[in-house]
Design a protein. Sequence first.
Length: 298
Amino acid sequence: MRGLALTFLAKKYFLLEPSDRVPTVEEFCKEANMSQGTMQSAINILKKEGAISTRARGHLGTFVESVNHHKLLSYIGNRTLLGSLPLPYTKKYEGLATGIYKAFLNSEIRISLSYMNGSQKRLSGLLENRNNFIITSGLTADYLIKNYDSLEEFLVLPKQTYVTKHILIYRKGSSSQIKDNAKIGVDMNSIDYTLLTKYVTKNHNVKLINMPYNQVSKSIEEGLIDFAIWNRDEVVEHNYPLGIKEISCESIDRASQAVIVGKKKDPFVKSILQRTIDVDKLLDTQQKVLSGEILPEY
């Protein structure tokens, strides 16, 4: 039990800075469901090893004097964070994944990234504890936080770090105007595409056809559907023979931002991500992947 107490306390103290108030032993015990003897023994070990030092201030409580984050991490057994991103089918996604990967190269915390299209699928992995965090667009993050009280934003990146822009695509040579009875393809595993599709079709009686994202362009070329919301980056990079129409709505900019989402109960993971990922360096890495100056690595 002492080992569990040390891991628990290491994560708790990792979040504290000098002059922060320290929870009482009783508060730690209640949260961790451990005895006071076990918890106090673990606290004494951390102090003896120089991982933390505190000072009692009477009725005001106990406050942090110093924190040795390096030593605290040595008490944490599993030091690998698991994250899930979209499949890197565009250079922007490759640059984003590379930037995150490189941020952890010299870190005491390791990172393992998995790739999956469909924010609903990535959400399932987070809720079922298969991942510590997921990356979505800002538009999806807003939806998730509104509908799941257990989730919060861990890190928000600038506009156009997730996609340059979402657009409406249609068969080249056809009308770009959506009309009643039009067939609209949408991958309903994607919250972005579902929300944006509802926006562009709100004034029309259309038929929504659920299909995997990777079947959309071919389905338009073959006339199986008339329109779909898509990622402009993919159309441009692969030179697809499709018509393109810009979308004007407040959600477009928010949908272009990359956001890391995690659980409120995981402040340690949030702290590690915020301490380790230098946003300016990540953006520089993403831009160098986009320009071809460096090869993607993830």
